[in-house]
Design a binder for this molecule. Structure first.
Ligand code: ATP
Ligand code: MN
Length: 483
């Protein structure tokens, strides 16, 4: 007989099956006992709600009941009975309990009390057994599914771009090297440099920082594509919004200009939010309450004006603000924190790169809405962005979200061969190495555009989690690759 003849708690809560005999399996969250009976709250991860198991000491041995401590894994067989107590409609009256895995109460690190997120990060191998993290990872799953559903329904094709690449197109030296050379004793060329000709790929290779360039190749064949894969950046920035390993969604579309690109991005973000609102209601309610509790310890002026769900609805139901970089600079120059020298980086003139303090001012203080910022100075953006007629700006687009800052970076791409090569030369990008990229402009080039959404930043926004390390199962950050 199959072992897994169990009913998931989620389906039991949807369909109570009063009177039926069922088997459930899951982990003990809490146990309360009095002389006559024990109540065990069991959770199997299928839903945030625990299921109440009622164990009569005349039916279940004392020895077994003792082992049903917090963290233990149980297989419970019994009958579903309408519940007398408040809090649940039905409960399971156990006829037998099998302890599948004990959890020594003296040693099990997760107790029914509240643990800090910092502590839970240190036991990331167990933290998914908490309400907070199981909710986060169910929402994360729903969002990942919604990404594929959105693009599939629109006729986009999912492309798997390489994780190991030889091009470091975005440059900036933020890449992790991939090599099989002996670290302490690599082969050397005559002039003493490491001889990568003898390396696995016979050249320098690294982990990808973006699938965009390969995505462009695919878009110029299949029209509308997207990638959704791991991305690596060796940036030593210990912020609440940066990981060394994160997941990025990068749609790339032929026959789109900058406005089409922004329209798609806005529609896509709203779709993801609506999908979560419709499919993750109980988890979002829990996360909203968690956030409210967390914010109680903050000074009043730093608390959110809206609850989590209200905020999500607000973003899903309202137009994003669209302004140019030039307009943003005017707003920032005349802003209070700039005049009172409260910004760490003061905005003095056109051309300044925007820091996250400026992005957050625009979104959280000035507009109080998501903002799509376009047409940045070409000097502060990548070589592949399309040059505007003014000769100064490029058709870049960043989308800024409250509490997050930049959530999307994108652009219309430079499809004109001469302009692209000129820009690459100005920025010292080796054109010979990029022969394959330039071939798309050489043969059948067309206007096209795309963007990259940081998946974890989106999960942060939807779940209200303040630290990006708490929305990926096993975060990789400087100094941390445990688990
Ligand atoms: P930032 O200025 O915040 O570092 P970026 O300009 O480096 O972002 P892009 O290169 O445009 O970002 O990448 C596209 C998207 O990927 C960003 O908008 C963001 O959502 C996400 N992203 C970028 N770097 C990271 C990171 N280290 N960890 C998690 N997400 C990231
Ligand atoms: Mn960055």
């Amino acid at each position: 007989m199959a072992f897994n003849k169990r009913v998931k708690i989620k389906s039991l809560l949807e369909q109570p099956l009063i009177g039926a005999e069922v088997t459930i399996m899951g982990w003990v969250r809490t146990k309360r006992s009095n002389k006559n009976v024990s109540f065990i709250a069991l959770n199997d991860g299928s839903i945030i709600t625990n299921y109440q198991v009622v164990a009569d000491p005349n039916v279940i041995s004392e020895e077994t009941l003792k082992k049903c401590s917090t963290g233990a894994c149980l297989k419970v067989n019994g009958t579903i009975v309408e519940s007398q107590g408040a809090g649940q409609a039905a409960e399971l009256h156990a006829s037998s309990i099998e302890v599948l895995g004990e959890a020594d109460p003296e040693k099990y690190p997760l107790q029914p009390k509240k643990h800090s997120l910092e502590f839970l990060r240190e036991i990331a191998h167990l933290r998914m057994r908490t309400n907070t993290f199981s909710a986060v990872f169910r929402v994360r799953h729903a969002l990942a599914y919604a990404v594929h559903k959105y693009f599939n329904d629109k006729g986009f094709f999912y492309i798997h771009t390489p994780i190991i690449t030889a091009s470091d197109a975005e440059g900036a030296g933020e890449t992790f090297k991939v090599t099989t050379l002996e670290i302490g004793n690599p082969p050397r060329t005559e002039d003493g440099a490491v001889d990568f000709k003898q390396d696995f790929f016979e050249r320098e290779a690294n982990l990808t920082v973006s699938g965009q360039l390969e995505g462009e190749l695919a878009a110029l064949a299949l029209s509308e594509i997207y990638t959704f894969g791991p991305t690596f950046r060796a940036e030593n920035s210990n912020t609440t919004r940066h990981l060394a390993e994160f997941w990025m969604i990068e749609p790339e579309m032929a026959f789109y200009d900058a406005e089409d690109n922004a329209d798609l991005a806005e529609d896509f973000l709203k779709y993801l939010i609506r999908y979560a609102l419709e499919n993750c209601e109980d988890d979002l309610k829990f996360l909203e309450a968690r956030l409210l509790e967390e914010e109680k310890s903050k000074p009043a002026d730093q608390r959110s004006e809206m609850g989590l769900i209200e905020k999500l609805k607000f973003v899903a139901d309202n137009d994003f603000v669209r302004i140019t970089y030039t307009e943003a600079i005017d707003i920032l120059k005349n802003s209070k924190p700039n005049k009172k020298k409260k910004f760490q980086y003061l905005i003095e003139s056109w051309g300044a790169d925007l820091q996250s303090e400026h992005e957050r001012y625009l979104v959280e203080k000035h507009f109080k809405k998501p903002v799509i910022l376009t047409d940045y100075p070409k000097e502060i953006k990548a070589f592949y962005m399309r040059q505007n007629e003014d000769g100064k700006t490029v058709a870049a687009m960043d989308i800024l979200f409250p509490g997050i800052g930049e959530i999307i970076g994108g652009s219309q791409r430079e499809e004109r061969m001469d302009k692209l090569v000129q820009r690459m030369e100005e920025m010292h990008i080796p054109t010979e190495e990029m022969w394959w990229f330039l071939d798309t402009r050489r043969f059948g080039s067309t206007p096209h555009a795309g963007f990259g959404l940081g998946f974890e930043r989106m999960v942060q926004f939807v779940t209200g989690m303040g630290n990006i390390r708490d929305v990926i199962a096993f975060p990789r950050t400087p100094g941390n690759a445990e688990f």
